[in-house]
Write a protein that binds this ligand. Sequence first.
Ligand code: AHG
Ligand code: MN
Ligand code: MN
Length: 315
Amino acid sequence: MTNLAQWLAAQPVDPKLASVVATMAAASAEIAAVLRLAPIAGQTGLAGHTNVQGEAQKALDVISNDIVLNHIGENPAISILVSEELDEAVHFENQGGFMVATDPLDGSSNLDVNVTVGTIFSVLDAAGGLLQKGSAQLAAGYAAYGPATSLVLTFGQSVAVFTLDAAGQFVLTLDQVRVAVSSGEYAINTARERFWDAATKGYVDENVAGETGPAGKRYNMRWVGSMVADIHRILMRGGIFMYPLDSETVSKGGRLRLLYEANPMALIVEAAGGGATTGRERILELLPTGIHQRVPVILGSAEEVARVEGWYAKG
Ligand code: AHG
Ligand code: MN
Ligand code: MN
């Protein structure tokens, strides 16, 4: 069995970069432990304030953010932290060369119903500043807190999956993961149909028509409502995840955040052979304009992503 420390030591990367990933893994293991007992500890419900994006923070959003902050503060290789839950970037007084952008707890609307949530993170060279293209990411990962806690990591070339054991160690359980090129599953919040653009509606209508339509095969829809859980399913068995630009989110630029949701997931999915686009542009090529910028997100199996891009190319 290979554990995370052994695997990291074998990667052809700067040991300091590996230490940043190890720090986020340690934070994730602690968050997993807190989540498991949160209903007993009374750590449920709202925290009573809103974050910079006007969203009500849950107690566990704040607790998870504090856990990440504590772990990062102990690693002198990290000099900048961007978090969904912090209005401004945090700059640490050290010579560390790395920046971390994180969504400490993704899918928090699923917390009170005991459905999978996660932690997402992106690692960049701090010298590049806060607003770098996703293609500049040095590493990315997420933890999915489900029946098992999975940790998914990439340094941009391949994707490895670890599982948290009872002793709090991450054990390598899958390596060189590939996203199935084709799939019969799609994930989109269909309650938003009245806001959709023609491309989204065109693609989903084809899927709903199944074997009687131009797609020529039957589709199933799956939507967990935690991006981490939806992406993890796609990594394991293929599919496409869509949170496109629609008439309601257009003024904000989209729903999901570029630095700590779209970019890390795009790096992971592309490293596994899938596609990641706004519909019109590759997510990893977007130049951010703000640390909490939102973007349209369409990612997963290459053939499905290409079909959506084909719809966008029509108009
Ligand atoms: P967060 O909990 O960090 O705010 O993110 C939730 C995101 C993402 O996980 C999910 O795909 C999406 O919001 C769900 O959106 P709907 O509420 O429209 O279903
Ligand atoms: Mn999120
Ligand atoms: Mn979050």
